[in-house]
Write a protein that binds this ligand. Structure first.
Ligand code: PIM
Length: 442
C-alpha cells in the first residue's frame, strides 16, 4: 500500500479524499502497532490524515493524541489542515475571533458535502454560522436551555428513564446503546419540542439518518447521503404540519416558544423554526447517547471508581464531567482561518483549516494530573468537551442532567451491571461512540 506522493498529487480536495479512502482499506500490518506507547505519528505528514481515520485509531485514539501533543502540538497536514492537540492552544483557538465555523469560507473543503437538503440544513444551523447570524439564532433558542428550564425538565427525564429501565429490567441483559442510550435522548428532545407521544416513533429513524449523514464524506455511502436528505425533508414536513396544528403539539414546548418568537416580530422565519427543531434533534441525540454509553463503558472498566460512585462517595455531577473529559462524544471541531494567525510563533495562513482535537486536549498532562486515568472526583476539571467561546455547547446543562439521571438510575437499579461481550466502536470520526454496548445484570 503506497500513499500518493505529494509531488504528483491531484488537487487538494481529491487528494485528501483519496488518502482518507485509502485508510479505510489499509491491510492490518500497515496500520502499525496501534494502542501501544510505541505508536508514532507517521512522518512525513501526508500519511497522517489517512492514519487518523484508520479503524484502529478511531477506536483507540489516545496513543496518537499523546504522540501529537508531545511531538507535534501544532501539526500541518497537506493541503492546509492544522492539527491542534494541546489544551492551551485548543482553548485559545476555540475562542479566537479570526476563526470561522463556516466551511464555505475554506479554500480546502468548500465543496465537500455537495448540495441537497441536508447540506442546506447544515449550512443554516448556528453550529456552522458565524456572527451576526449565529448570535441571533442562538439568542432565540437559548431561552429553552437556561439552567432553570433544564431543571424543570428533570422530573420528565427521570420518568422517561424509569420507563425505559422498567421495560428492560426483567430481561437480565440488553444492548444498552440501542435500548437506552440512543432512544432516551430522542424521548427527551421530543418532550422538549412538544411532539405528541403518538408521533414519537418517527423520530429515532430520522435522528439516526441525520447523524450518519453528518460524518466525513469519505466515510459515507450514497445510501447514507440519500437517507440523510430524505430524513431532513420528512422531519421538515412533519414540523411544518405541527406548526399549524396547535391542538396536536404539547403546549409550552420549544416549538411553541419558537413559533411565538417568529410571530412576534419575524425574528425567526418559519424555515428557521423548522431548521432549529432539526438541529435540536440532531444535536441532542447522538452526542448525549455517546456520553451515556461511552460513560457506562468507562465506568465498567474501572471498578474502583464505579464502586465509589455507587457508594455515593463521588457527586454524580463531578463524575459526569470526568466522563466527558475522559472519552467525550465530540472529539474535534474544525475552524477556518479568516486572517493570518500567529500561534506560538508559527504563522497559520488565512484560508487554512484548523482541527481542534478536544479529545487530545482533554488528556493534556500540562492541565490534568494523570490524564489517562478516569478519576471521578477530579476537580477542577476544565475539559473542552463542550468547546468554549461563542459556540460553547448550548445543550451542556441538558446533556449533564440527562447523563446524571440515567447513570444514577442505572447504577441504583442494576447493582450487578457488567459487560456481556465486546462492545464495538463505530466508524465515525467526528463523533466518537459505540456500535453496541452489551451488558447483563442478573
Ligand atoms: N451535537 C451536539 N452538540 C454538538 C454536536 C455536534 C458537534 C459536531 C458535529 C455534530 C454534532
Amino acid at each position: 500500500m503506497t500513499i500518493p506522493d505529494a509531488a504528483v498529487a491531484p488537487p487538494p480536495n481529491d487528494r485528501m479524499l483519496r488518502l482518507v479512502r485509502a485508510a479505510m482499506t489499509l491491510p492490518p500490518r500497515v496500520r502499525g502497532p496501534l494502542g501501544s506507547t510505541l505508536l508514532r505519528v507517521p512522518h512525513p505528514t501526508p500519511r497522517l490524515m489517512a492514519f487518523m481515520v484508520s479503524p484502529e485509531v478511531r477506536s483507540d485514539p489516545w496513543a496518537l493524541y499523546r504522540d501529537l501533543r508531545s511531538r507535534y502540538p501544532l501539526r500541518r497536514v497537506p493541503p492546509g489542515l492544522w492539527l491542534v492537540s494541546r489544551h492551551a492552544d485548543a482553548a485559545m483557538l476555540a475562542r479566537h475571533p479570526h476563526l470561522s465555523v463556516d466551511e464555505t469560507k475554506s479554500r480546502l473543503f468548500g465543496n465537500v458535502g455537495g448540495g441537497g437538503p441536508f447540506t442546506e440544513f447544515v449550512r443554516a444551523i448556528m453550529l456552522f454560522r458565524d456572527p451576526p447570524d449565529h448570535d441571533r439564532l442562538r439568542r432565540l433558542v437559548a431561552r429553552a436551555f437556561t439552567p432553570r428550564r433544564v431543571e424543570e425538565l428533570r422530573p420528565q427525564v427521570e420518568a422517561l428513564t424509569a420507563r425505559r429501565l422498567d421495560a428492560l429490567e426483567a430481561r437480565g441483559r440488553a444492548d444498552l446503546l440501542a435500548e437506552l442510550a440512543y432512544p432516551l435522548p430522542v424521548d427527551v428532545i421530543c418532550e422538549m419540542i412538544g411532539v405528541p407521544e403518538a408521533d414519537r416513533a418517527l423520530f429515532p429513524a430520522w435522528a439516526g439518518s441525520l447523524a450518519a449523514r453528518f460524518d466525513l464524506e469519505p466515510l459515507r455511502t450514497p445510501e447514507i447521503d440519500r437517507r440523510g436528505d430524505e430524513a431532513i425533508g420528512e422531519l421538515g414536513a412533519y414540523i411544518d404540519g405541527l406548526i399549524d396544528d396547535t391542538s396536536r403539539r404539547k403546549p409550552a414546548g420549544v416549538l411553541d416558544t419558537l413559533v411565538a418568537t417568529s410571530e412576534e416580530g419575524d425574528r425567526l422565519t418559519r424555515q428557521e423554526v423548522i431548521t432549529t427543531c432539526g438541529l435540536l434533534l440532531m444535536a441532542g441525540h447522538e452526542t448525549t447517547a455517546n456520553l451515556i454509553a461511552n460513560g457506562v463503558l468507562a465506568l465498567l472498566g474501572q471498578p474502583d471508581e464505579l464502586a465509589a460512585l455507587r457508594a455515593g462517595d463521588v457527586p454524580i455531577e463531578l463524575a459526569v464531567d470526568e466522563l466527558l473529559r475522559h472519552d467525550g462524544p465530540v472529539q474535534l471541531v474544525q475552524r477556518v482561518v479568516l486572517e493570518d494567525l500567529d500561534v506560538n510563533g508559527t504563522t497559520i495562513p488565512a484560508g487554512d483549516q484548523m482541527v481542534l482535537l478536544f479529545g487530545a486536549a482533554n488528556r493534556d498532562p500540562d492541565v490534568f494530573h494523570d490524564p489517562e486515568r478516569l478519576d471521578l472526583s477530579r476537580h477542577p476539571n476544565p475539559h473542552l468537551a463542550f468547546s468554549s467561546g461563542i459556540h460553547a455547547c448550548l445543550g451542556a446543562s441538558l446533556a449533564r442532567m440527562e447523563a446524571a439521571v440515567v447513570l444514577r438510575q442505572l447504577l441504583d437499579r442494576f447493582p450487578k451491571l457488567r459487560l456481556d461481550g465486546h462492545p464495538r466502536w463505530r466508524d465515525t470520526f467526528v463523533l466518537r461512540g459505540l456500535r453496541s454496548l452489551p451488558v447483563t445484570w442478573d
